[in-house]
Ligand binder design. Sequence first.
Ligand code: DER
Length: 232
Amino acid sequence: NMAEEAKKLAAYAAVDNYVQNNQVIGVGSGSTIVYAVDRLAERVRQEKLNVVCVPTSFQARQLILQHGLTLSDLDRHSELDIAIDGADEVDSELTLIKGGGGCLTQEKIVAGCAKRFVVVADYRKDSKALGQQWKKGVPIEVIPMAYVPVSRMIVRRFGGETVLRMAVSKAGPVVTDNSNFILDWKFEHGQNWKEVNTAIKMIPGVVETGLFVNMAERAYFGMEDGSVQIRD
Ligand code: DER
């Protein structure tokens, strides 16, 4: 369908523009990145590229292994040449909401270790201001024993409401790859996202937020009309 085709367009454009031989590549999580890994594996085979891949989740690790790509980690490569990942929403300043797939913590670590971080997304993620397109709020990874006080402090200080993310294929809450819970913070209005990200991060029990501020250098959007839009 149209959104899947758009994801593929963005993913192929990013891989074809950023991937070169002898790179250490951070591989994101979600559904759009699957197309990027497909294209990466195709290029590795066709061009005999020597690259290693660092995953951002169990899902990314499976993708790397299933495609016969070389798996690595931050112990071996603490600085990456590029990181490619999806996003739930991208605003006009390239501030991202990520974590719709629950992998935000390792994604932010890997993105932070990369010299260049590029986002691949379909047109639904293309936004002017966070919250315009994405209505599920900002994912926040929390230590399970603290999710109630953290919820209370976020709502008291920043308004809106928080929802503990419940699993679909498992009874009870979603448990992340890091054995934590996720709160989805449904904010009411635009914020100074740089300040809010820092303030939420400082709340005891918060592991990470899904606000990626000043991290991405570029976003590729696959559009409905088959074109690719670039935001720098
Ligand atoms: O959970 C995540 O951070 C994913 O990268 C998400 O933001 C994008 O997932 P999608 O490509 O399936 O929309």
